[in-house]
Design a protein around this ligand. Structure first.
Ligand code: SF4
Ligand code: SF4
Length: 224
């Protein structure tokens, strides 16, 4: 039986851990001060490397738990309604195209003044400004985590390790749909209860659904 999902915005927001509010502040500080203090721009490559590198170990876990922008979208904008995302956002050609364009733009700008670290900081700050603006537009138009369906860091992380340690769904699931209401990626979790695990490589492994399940039938593989 499939459950009609109520896209109530509140459950996911309430289930976020407190430290995510602090991570969200990092984005605001970088955006507000990075144009005057270029060193702040280097937060961007550190966050990118952490998200992509972490993908080899547990897919998009970093996206769901440590990404500053993801934390901002979850906590500060989590009250926004969630609407179904357009299909093009899950098209892999589109996602890799966005990655190539953004990384290409960044490298092209860095090579303008390759020996100047302040220039590099400004380039990273500018990239943060562009992508965060896009993320805010997608949050308002579709869903708070809409950007996370096309984010280049997430594209890499999902490809290199998105199949590792998938969410486990016990057969005693009552198909109440509360997990789906809370999932920031709007996954149809109930549809996979007979298979026993969620197959989506873009699962953020944020555990929001695990906390939302009143029957406690969602879990992570032992050792993850
Ligand atoms: S919240 Fe728990 S019991 Fe309800 S549908 Fe989701 S996994 Fe099943
Ligand atoms: S399925 Fe669960 S762990 Fe995965 S993104 Fe949705 S809420 Fe987070």
């Amino acid at each position: 039986m499939s459950v009609a999902v109520n896209h109530s915005p509140w459950p996911a927001t309430k289930l976020q851990p407190a430290y995510k509010w602090l991570l969200a502040i990092v984005v605001v500080v970088v955006l507000a001060l990075g144009w005057r203090l270029p060193a702040l721009g280097f937060v961007v490559p550190v966050a990118m490397a952490t998200g992509m590198g972490g993908g080899f170990f547990r897919g998009r876990w970093v996206c769901g738990n440590l990404c500053p922008r993801g934390s901002l979208l979850d906590t500060w904008l989590g009250f926004l309604p969630r609407r179904p995302l357009p299909e093009w956002m899950s098209n892999s050609a589109v996602r890799w195209g966005i990655l190539l364009v953004l990384i290409g733009l960044m490298i092209a700008q860095l090579t303008v003044d390759p020996g100047n670290w302040r220039h590099w900081g400004i380039v990273f700050w500018r990239m943060c400004l562009i992508t965060t603006t896009a993320a805010l537009a997608l949050a308002v138009t579709y869903a708070p985590r809409g950007w996370c369906s096309i984010c280049p860091v997430g594209t890499v992380a999902s490809q290199v390790g998105g199949d590792k340690q998938p969410l486990q769904i016990a057969s005693s699931c009552r198909a109440c749909g509360l997990c789906e209401q809370a999932c920031p990626m709007q996954f149809a979790i109930v549809d996979h209860r007979h298979a026993g695990k969620l197959p989506h490589r873009d699962c953020l492994k944020c555990s929001i659904c695990v906390k939302a399940c009143p029957s406690q039938v969602l879990s992570w593989p032992v050792g993850s």
